[in-house]
Design a protein around this ligand. Sequence first.
Ligand code: ISL
Ligand code: CA
Length: 567
Amino acid sequence: MKHTAWWHSAIFYQIYPRSFADSNGDGIGDILGIIAKLDYLQRLGITALWLSPHYPSPQIDVGYDVADYYGVAPEYGTQDDFKRLVDEVHQRGMHLITDLVLNHTSDQCAWFIESKSSRENPKRDWYVWLDGIDSQPPNNWESQFGGSAWEFDPTTRQYYYHYFLKEQPDLNWRNPAVKAEMFNVVRYWLDMGVDGFRLDAIGTIFEDPLLTPHQCDFKAVDLFRYNLSWLQDQNDAPLPADAYTRMFGHQVDQPEVHELFCELRAVVDEYPDRILIGEAFDPAYLGDGTNELHSVFNFSLTREEPLTADWVRNNHRKITQSFPPGVKVCNILNHHDGSRSFTRYGDGVHNFQQAQLALATLLTLPAVPFLYNGEEIGMSNHFVDSLDQVRDYLAMSYYQLERAAGRPHEEVFQDVLRISRDRNRTPMQWANSPNAGFSPAGITTWLPVSPNYAEGINVEEQEVNPTSMLNFYRQMLALRQHTPALIEGALIEMAADNTHAFVFLRQTPEQTVLVALNYTAQPVHVETALKQEMQLLFSSASSSVASSASELHLHPFEIFLAVLKQP
Ligand code: ISL
Ligand code: CA
């Protein structure tokens, strides 16, 4: 019998631990909180979890600044709590992958504190230290979060390199001791039973050893400015498509990463059924399909504007052409870095239906779907009220740069709200009660709770409402898991030039499913040339008028699935 890897048929759910469930009422989510919600997740149809960083951290980048790779953040719980989480997940037949931040540590990590202590310290070379040139940084490289990528250390009078915040110094992966230590970390968590890792920012691990300066007439902060004005429709002078490459090209995607992935894969393969999923969209990271990463994220499916049939179809074609056959890419529309899709894909009138379509898209394409906590109840972006509530230092970095450039507070703060990833990281809304049931009444949660929990955007009320987003998610997840063609079937396009609806078959030797997704507010008529009879699996329209497989009459925003009878 063919052995199908567990993750090929998985539905993943990202838990952002700080915002998921607070068991001890301190305003911060924690591991016991997660354990208490595992039954909820299982009933939702989730089969695997991705946990954002759970390590001790000063939380300058909400855990993506790791201070101790062998520990558990005390505000999240203990090692025993974490072990219990792994056990409880496994007892339910689910899997758990954790986040592994390889590129950088926190500046509070013992390794960096040692490295920084003197030029002679044995760990000096664990990070990227260089002399300045005429009291200037070693070159003009910038941090992706704005400003120079080099920070001067007055004690040892050298600069260290940081691709992200200055509190996130980059490790020197050309030092074998760094690699050995990190592989220890990997074995440590695999020994504890985690089923694999989501590899953070893996394109950034190596930099150009020649330190070639970039040739740009703009700064990293201009990329933020540009994106903001584009979001507000103020700018259609397109940013050159290669702007990010021109800015950061020498700081990312160096060829040595492939050798490293081969070694990392060998470590992970010492254990049965463990996986590596790279936070990157590059088929090259998969090696020959067996020797580097197991999968990467299909970030190019995500977009700022509502999904369209052409967008999804073209993305599917692109994936088919650029990824080796048989590879399972990971599809994702929501995560902790991006604006929530309920807001992003909504036209302001049909957001609910557009969110349902987005889920149907994720669950019917040939890929491994990843969901993000809160999307199952239709959580939307929520802005903080004032600067002191901002927790995302990326946004604060932008704020400081813009203020230093002389722009007024009020104006820059409006930009900060749009940039700040806080908008999509607010606490999970469990109930229509104070603090949305995330924390007890009267507690100040680490980020403000969105007030729309009182308008039905909460788990408790949606549980008992048959037409809620939650029950739609539950129904669609179950449908996918009970329909083998949606998991393993090949995708065959139908009506390939229809600009309103994406219509396709998912087909295995045993089963053929017809999927039709109408991304528009108009009814659509589609002819498919299919001769078979069909049996309805699901329609989001109250009275589906699709009469036969050869002629589909789709309602506005309809999601339609049917099994074709074998001729
Ligand atoms: O969040 C982004 C910009 O808004 C992304 O470009 C992000 O910086 C990039 O995808 C890498 O993200 C990962 O590493 C970062 C961390 O801040 C992100 O939360 C994490 O997903 C540094 O560890
Ligand atoms: Ca807590």
